[in-house]
Design a protein around this ligand. Sequence first.
Ligand code: ZN
Length: 47
Amino acid sequence: MRKPLRCRIGWHKWVTRYSDDGTAHYLRCRRCSKEDHEGGHRGVVGF
Ligand SMILES: [Zn+2]
């Protein structure tokens, strides 16, 4: 599966997603569906 160019260089489109019970959240890329469960402290949101 092809990855979008910006995702290949680490420029993901992060959006906040919530777990089924709503007690936890994580980041997920809208373009390539990569998930980040580390808490979203990398400072990459906003592109
Ligand atoms: Zn991505």
